[in-house]
Ligand binder design. Structure first.
Ligand code: G4P
Length: 526
């Protein structure tokens, strides 16, 4: 029987995040190639809806199909077991990405060398910072013309608000790109554009070695030495502890498309990236090596087949050993459940597993038992936290357009909210239901899925709204006073908590100034 501690320490569970088009899919694919999980480039389908296809339902359905297959990609690399959690590329699904980030122990951020830090990356980094997730940055597309690497480092530091430390360094860029010097391993990797093969490597024991001049020419060798000297002068020595504490992000340069710099990234990653960490539950900190099994649902994926409404709940294992058919407690409902066909994700295949370990994700077929954030244990009464809902950015009233189908509509909306597709609020003033999302696309998805999966029809009525924020106060009278004064802007979320619906930034600022005893929160967990 596998040893629990050994299984934990060899696991690396992480997500690759980027702004669309920076190269996340390409990098994922190359990592799978190195792990022997796939054999040819092009095997991983891009998990993204092209920008032009926002109203193309076939695309959305295709995307949902693809994303089940590529939601989690597990493979062995040397002695390590790697789990890559995929995140949706389209920004309208950002909430899905936020939740996936609660299930990973570290993150690799891909940045396009020409574009630098883009908006989506900045937002995702905020989530990483909130959770103290260690990040490694991969600056991609060095084979194309781009920015000066020192400028990129400055930008990363300023925009992502984290100290950076290059662990590899490019020799030229674009058409003149010759390779990268691996600061972490002291070797020189020479660039040969090739989409399938790894690169040629020259081991260097000293930066003054003439081997460098031979390989890249005297001028570039001199420039490299100068750059490295500057790096050593400017950046403190790399500290794994600083990385693990999310204070410093190591930076690698390369070209995912050309499989360049990817193996170096992976080799360093498995060595320094954290294995599953303790997870905070409401009642206690749960250590992965605790003997009792525990885990939480971070994602629910609806079945593609509308006639058989079943879902897959993705469970991140936090502690102990997960075993097939063992009786587990579903803490929210108190029910005892047995899972006869849990699936693990190896490469792009799903297969039934008998056991799994902390850091692993198991997929559990579900017919409506689970909600995002649910905890499952081998008996203990604990609740995992850390799956906050973020303040949505777009709001619409949802209206039923087929009075004969109001039951179906209610059920559909409830289940879609359980899946975490969007958030629902009830306006206290007029009792109307408000759906809040992070992107326009979600409204279309909801409308489409309600019709196709539940036979219910809805219509959206626009409302002008800036932000929904959860409010609380230590002073009950102050809270009551606020709610009375703002009653036409008050709503409740699905758990019955008070939410203030500010219709403009100005209104929110005024409320914050006028009611100092009220705390305004922009995520549901505080
Ligand atoms: P994403 O998942 O982050 O959205 O990005 P993806 O990997 O799909 O890459 C976006 C585009 O960038 C793709 O081109 C991909 O081939 C290209 N790319 C990725 N890495 C590199 C690199 O190192 N160098 C260069 N030059 N290009 C790179 P595309 O034309 O949009 O798609 P495709 O038709 O090639 O699939």
């Amino acid at each position: 029987m596998a040893n629990l501690d050994e299984e934990i320490s060899r696991r690396r569970t992480f997500a690759i995040i980027s702004h669309p088009d920076a190269g996340k899919t390409t990098l994922t694919e190359k990592l799978l190639l190195f792990g022997g999980a796939i054999h040819i480039a092009g095997a991983v389908k891009s998990n993204k809806i092209k920008k032009t296809a926002t109203s193309d339902w076939m695309e959305i359905e295709k995307q949902r199909g693809i994303s089940v297959a590529t939601s989690v990609m597990g493979f062995d690399y040397g002695k390590y077991k790697i789990n890559i959690l995929d995140t949706p590329g389209h920004q309208d699904f950002a909430e899905d990405t936020y939740r996936t980030l609660t299930a990973v122990d570290s993150v690799i951020i891909v940045v396009d060398v020409a574009k630098g830090v883009e908006q989506q990356t900045r937002k995702l980094m905020e989530v990483c910072r909130m959770r103290n997730t260690p990040v490694i940055i991969f600056v991609n597309k060095l084979d194309r013309e781009g920015r000066d690497p020192f400028d990129i480092l400055d930008e990363l530091e300023a925009e992502l608000k984290i100290a950076v430390r290059p662990l590899s360094w490019p020799i030229n860029i674009g058409a003149k790109f010759k390779g990268v010097y691996n600061i972490y391993e002291h070797s020189l990797d020479l660039f040969t554009p090739d989409k399938q093969k790894a690169t040629e490597r020259v081991e260097i024991d000293d930066i003054n070695s003439p081997l460098i001049d031979e390989a890249v020419g005297e001028t570039d060798a001199a420039k490299l030495r100068e750059d490295l000297e500057l790096i050593e002068g400017v950046y403190p020595e790399f500290s794994v502890d600083d990385y693990l504490a999310a204070r410093t992000a190591p930076v690698f340069f390369g070209s995912a498309l050309n499989t360049f710099g990817v193996k170096e990234l992976l080799d360093c990653f498995v060595k320094i990236a954290p294995s599953p960490k303790p997870v905070q539950a409401e009642e206690k900190t749960v250590s992965p090596s605790d003997p009792g099994f525990s885990g939480f649902v971070f994602k629910i994926h609806a079945n593609m087949d509308p006639n058989h409404r079943s879902c897959i709940a993705f469970v991140k294992i936090c502690s102990g050993r997960f075993e097939r058919n063992a009786p587990y407690k579903h803490v929210r409902t108190g029910k005892t459940l047995r899972f006869a066909s849990p699936t693990a994700f190896m490469a792009q295949k799903k297969s039934i597993v008998d056991e799994a370990f902390p850091g692993d994700i198991v997929g559990i077929p579900d017919t409506g038992n689970f909600k995002i954030g649910d905890t499952i244990t081998s008996g203990e009464e604990i609740h995992f936290r850390g799956l906050p809902s973020f303040s949505p950015e777009m709001f619409m009233y949802i209206e039923n357009t087929d009075p004969m189908k109001s039951k179906q509509l209610d059920k559909g909306v409830r289940q879609l909210m359980d899946e975490g597709v969007a958030q629902m609020f009830t306006h206290q003033f007029n009792g109307r239901k408000i759906i809040g999302t992070v992107g326009q696309l979600q409204f279309e998805v909801i409308q489409y899925r309600l019709l196709h999966e539940y036979g219910a029809q809805c219509r959206w009525e626009p409302m002008s709204m800036y932000k929904a924020c959860w409010i609380e106060s230590d002073d009950a009278a102050a809270l009551e006073n606020f709610k009375k004064r703002k009653h036409q802007f008050m709503a409740t979320d699905r758990e019955g908590r008070d939410v203030f619906m500010a219709d403009s930034r100005f209104v929110l600022q005024m409320a914050q100034t006028d009611f100092p005893k009220i705390r305004f929160h922009f995520t549901s967990e505080f």
